[in-house]
Design a protein. Structure first.
Length: 452
């Protein structure tokens, strides 16, 4: 084969990889609106108000006969969603790796989640159970879909590109979230001008996230490609029950204890990150007495600064390494939570300052964690390992929301609930600091980047 032929083949391969990367970014663009508008801003306060409407004289609702404080219902629903995801993700991840057909599975999860989110338009009155069911379905779908999306990263980006590609994906997501939040803010503040009630405006904002998710998911589904086709026996093997498959994945991870050590640290500190994201609007509205427009503006600030934060931390990682950069972000998270505990009620300026601090570290800490983990995954195990990784990603973690809900249930104080999350960042920092990532990458059978 001549030099020109080799050069042309290499150029075509690079162009195809860039095209696939651009398509990959658009899944974050599609689904991040759900995270920003639904999970972070509107659904927590709105579902809490619906639950309070259905509560008894003591402030309790009784799903399946279980007494639950109305103020804890949203947090418990988020926690329950990961129970479903824990069962489904290992099954789907193993099926994706063994059959080589990630894209159809990504399409199913995207449209199930988008449909459930669109159905939130019908959440009103005292239909708190409907809201809980739709939240569980949408969150679980988001978790499974993001696991499949993340598992493409080692396949579409060589090791030296992954920090940058991962950071750009997060930046795309935050850009989409910012754009939709601007539209939501206009609709919410001017709902009378549009001839709709405040409640209807909120339900339109919720449903629009589902329409956006489903619409833009078409782009990655057209550009991403499946790699390889398994034998029928592998397809049958991939239908093992979810919990049994999870056990098999964890047994396989025992052969890579350093990868497992990183995953444990990530599951803990990211549990804290995702709980702060999902419960911040409830804390702001219920404990600090802030209005919905203030909460939307604060989350919009987070989205805008997270774009710059993700790209900036990606550049810092090239100088200091991903591990050190992540550790620095965990210190910032701990200080931010401490400041939030002492924030006085009715103080929007302080809340905006905290939002700015969160925005600057949010995208980068998540993007760099994803790219760092991609180096620790043995080749051919991408979706299976990312199914375990995804258990604590994108607000699907269960222990943080459960701790938040139980703390509020026992104390009646959202301040106590929010400060309890500091434990996740402290423990996560200590565990991550002990992981020798260069040795872990080599042990997984991957090339070790110059700076990691």
């Amino acid at each position: 084969m001549g030099t020109d032929t080799v050069r042309t083949a290499g150029s075509d391969e690079a162009a195809g990889r860039r095209r696939e990367q651009r398509g990959w970014y658009f899944y974050d663009w599609a689904c991040s609106v759900y995270s920003a508008s639904v999970l972070t801003v509107f659904l927590g306060p709105y579902l809490t108000s619906v639950a309070k409407e259905a509560a008894d004289a003591d402030g309790y609702v009784h799903p399946l006969g279980i007494p639950v404080r109305a103020g804890s219902f949203f947090a418990y629903s988020v926690s329950l969603s990961v129970v479903l995801a824990v069962v489904v993700m290992p099954l789907v991840g193993a099926a994706a790796d063994r059959t080589g057909r990630k894209k159809p599975l990504l399409g199913v999860t995207a449209y199930v989640g988008a449909t459930a989110t669109t159905g939130m338009f019908f959440l009103g009155g005292d239909r708190y159970l409907l809201g809980g069911v739709l939240l569980v379905v949408a969150n679980a779908s988001m978790s499974v879909g993001t696991m499949l999306y993340n598992s493409y990263l080692p396949q579409i980006a060589p090791p030296e590109e992954r920090d940058a590609v991962s950071s750009r994906g997060w930046a795309f997501g935050y850009a989409a979230g910012s754009l939709m939040l601007v539209v939501n803010l206009v609709l919410y503040l001017a709902h009378d001008s549009f001839g709709v009630s405040e409640s209807t405006a909120v339900r339109i904002c919720l449903a629009s996230a589902g329409v956006w998710w489903g619409g833009f998911a078409i782009i990655p589904l057209r550009r991403l490609r499946d790699r390889g086709q398994a034998e029928p026996a592998a397809v049958r093997e991939a239908t093992a029950p979810g919990l049994r498959q999870l056990a098999a994945t964890l047994r396989d991870m025992r052969r890579h204890p350093l990868t497992l050590s990183f995953l444990l640290a990530y599951l803990i500190y990211n549990d804290g990150i995702q709980t702060v994201i999902s419960q911040a609007s409830v804390y702001g509205s219920e404990e600090l007495g802030l209005g919905q427009s203030t909460l939307i503006g604060a989350v919009l600030l987070v989205q805008v600064l997270a774009i710059a934060g993700a790209l900036t931390m990606g550049r810092l990682a090239r100088t200091y390494g991903a591990k050190r950069t992540i550790l620095g972000s965990l210190v910032a998270w701990t200080l931010t939570l401490g400041a939030g505990y002492f924030l006085p009620a009715g103080a929007p300026v302080g809340f905006f300052l905290l939002a700015a601090a969160i925005g600057l570290v949010l995208g980068g800490s998540q993007a760099l964690s994803r790219s760092l983990f991609s180096h620790l995954v043995p080749p051919g195990k991408e979706a299976e390992y990312f199914s375990a990784y995804e258990m604590s990603d994108r607000g699907m973690s269960w222990l943080g929301p459960l701790l938040f809900g139980v703390t509020y249930q026992l104390t009646g104080s959202y301040r106590d609930a929010i400060i309890s999350l500091v434990a996740f960042f402290v423990v996560g920092f200590l565990l991550l600091a002990r992981v020798p990532v260069r040795r872990a990458i080599g042990a997984a059978g991957n090339p070790v980047p110059e700076k990691i």
